[in-house]
Ligand binder design. Structure first.
Ligand code: SER
Length: 584
């Protein structure tokens, strides 16, 4: 089934069940400067979820164009997309759990003809804010899902809210069993191994989370559901990635034909960023140096860079745009309507970027002269980073040019600086998404301390080589990248969790001392980005367990952390693993 058929089936199904089809809102939210882009179907409906009357009634359905940029740097792998389409249906104080679940089940099994035994579901396990959602589980049983395929999880998995404040509630998620072998006897939908793929999320929105974290009952109970179209298309077609579906396949093929230096990763980046850029431009976005405009600029530049990398003639860009519009115009007629402006904006931005590159080349020549004068044969990481940050000069080009003149580049130093920069900008965009509410608060501070415990625990279980490669913290979770050559086993993960939880139970004091970098090293403190530290550094000691150079802040006692749980262990890049973990 093609994507457009799935979309039409969806809208028709809900229309036949009393829903009014409403148009997709633009990708760029109207009158809402607090968010960059529309990130979910419910976003334009917030006032109605809070009780305002919707002119079309209490049952609505639509397809919504969405853009999420927090994972922009991960595009290129087999699943991440920035732009995607979310199909949704809403009850604004109308039906609730039973009817919503009955419709979802019928749509999946009858309309999409997914075999019932491929579907598992998850429900909210309950906590101090809201009860265990037995009603939802009962509804599933009634619909036809046997008890053994109904799972209960906590807030991290089965509670939905956009950001920090707003309408929210327990959700129930539907998972598709890809038929891949289970990674272990305990493998379940929450496991990240790839056997189970989330396909639909029904949120039972009956609460409002206030600024200070309290949950109040909403005036009305709502249902908000979201189904990712690209993912569903891929699954129904039995494809491994969204890039293998008709939404991307022709452009992937064309890129392959044009490239003299083919790379699947680069092709995915170009195909994905081109589509996202076109959608933003069609909805009125233009490149600039701030906020939304910067996201668009970044998308176009990254795309250009990868075209360059594959040695594709940049004059082909217009052909590629035309081809992509042909692929997508049936679904998005606005692309065809804005074809000329789309071409103009993308080509102009590409030209600007090429000038930037030319400018960078001059700086590069200066760096070479400096290195020669100093009798060095390596271009240092600071210079590569400056070329990247100030002139938008891609490091792989720096590396190529350096090689031509017999110079090497210090990649490891650049990588460190780049990772820091990436974390900063990622945090920046996540903050923006949450309307600036994601500042350091109790939760991020706790995750920060948990990260130190995790780092040390990994070294104990895996060995000293398990060093930090990157870290990212939100109020919901920590993410930690570290060097390790292979997938961690279940036992290793359990050991790490146990060690961290033991340190939390011991309620160890966290102490901060200032000392010179030399002294810090001598004291055995773990240090990460050594070249970034000044003369004096802060060293955080957690009882007798860990000692690490760090800017803080941290909790005063580990007892404040709660229970530590690893949610996912996956590959981040070659030789680097990634752990996502939560405190509950
Ligand atoms: N708001 C929920 C989501 O984004 C369901 O639509 O998944």
């Amino acid at each position: 089934m093609k994507a457009i058929e799935i979309r039409n089936k969806y809208l028709n199904y809900f229309k036949n069940h009393g829903h009014k089809i409403i148009p997709s809102s633009p990708l760029i939210p109207e009158n809402d400067p607090s968010v960059l882009f529309t990130t979910a179907g419910m976003q334009p409906l917030v006032p109605y979820l809070l009780g305002e009357k919707h002119p079309e009634g209490t049952r609505l359905t639509d397809y919504q164009k969405c853009l999420r940029t927090n994972d922009i740097d991960e595009v290129g792998d087999n699943r991440h997309l920035t732009y995607f389409e979310m199909l949704g249906n809403w009850s604004l104080g109308d039906y609730f759990k039973e009817e919503s679940i009955a419709m979802s089940y019928e749509f999946l099994t009858k309309e999409l003809e997914i075999p019932a035994d491929k579907i598992s579901v998850t429900c909210f396990a309950g906590d101090e804010d809201a009860p265990r959602d037995e009603i939802t589980a009962e509804c599933w049983k009634k619909a036809g899902i046997p008890e053994e395929r109904i799972y209960f999880y906590g807030k991290d998995d089965n509670w939905w809210i956009a950001g920090e404040e707003g309408p929210c509630g327990p959700d129930t998620e539907m998972f598709y069993d890809t038929g891949k072998p289970a990674c272990s006897p305990e493998c379940q939908p929450s496991c990240g191994c790839g056997k189970y793929v989330e396909i639909w999320n029904n949120v039972f929105m009956e609460y409002y989370r206030t600024k200070d974290g309290k949950y109040e009952k909403l005036k009305q109970h709502n249902v908000d559901t979201g189904l990712g179209l690209e993912r569903m298309t891929m699954l129904l077609q039995g494809k491994e990635t969204p890039f293998d579906t008709e939404l991307f396949a022709p452009i992937m093929q064309k890129l392959s034909e044009l490239s003299k230096n083919d790379s699947i990763e680069s092709r995915r980046i170009v195909a994905e960023h081109l589509r996202a850029s076109m959608m933003i431009i069609a909805d009125g976005g233009r490149p600039s140096n701030i906020d939304r405009g910067y996201v668009l600029r970044k998308l176009i530049r990254r795309m250009t860079r990868h075209l360059n990398k594959m040695q594709i003639d940049l004059n082909e860009l217009e052909t590629l745009i035309e081809l992509d519009i042909d692929i997508l115009k049936e679904m998005y007629p606005e692309l065809e309507k804005n074809k000329e402006i789309i071409k103009q904006v993308i080509v102009e931005e590409k030209n600007k970027f090429m000038k930037t590159l030319a400018h960078g080349e001059k700086e590069f020549e200066k760096a070479i002269s400096r290195a020669k004068a100093e009798n060095k044969n390596t271009i240092d990481g600071q210079t590569i980073f400056k070329l990247y940050e100030t002139y938008g000069f891609p490091p792989e080009i720096t590396s190529d040019l350096a090689a031509e003149q017999g110079f090497k580049i210090d990649n490891s130093e650049f990588d460190k600086l780049f990772k820091e920069h990436q974390e900063k900008s990622r945090m920046g965009s996540e903050q923006k998404f949450k309307g600036g509410l994601a500042e350091q608060n109790e939760k991020t501070i706790a995750y920060h301390t948990a990260t130190h415990l995790l780092h040390k625990a990994l070294q104990i279980v895996l060995g000293e080589h398990a060093k930090q490669k990157g870290s990212n913290i939100t109020t919901e979770r920590l993410r930690f990248d570290f060097s390790h050559p292979e997938k961690m086993t279940k036992e290793e993960l359990k050991q790490v969790e146990d060690i961290v939880n033991e340190q939390i139970k011991r309620d160890l004091p966290v102490k901060c001392e200032e000392m010179s970098l030399e002294e810090a090293k001598k004291s055995g403190a773990m240090g990460l980005f050594e070249n970034k530290y000044g003369e004096k550094v802060k060293v955080y000691t957690i009882g007798d367990f860990s000692k690490e150079i760090c800017g803080g802040p941290h909790v005063t006692h580990t007892g404040e952390l709660g229970h530590f749980r690893i949610k996912k262990e996956e590959s981040s890049s070659a030789g680097v693993r990634r752990i996502k973990a939560v405190l509950e």
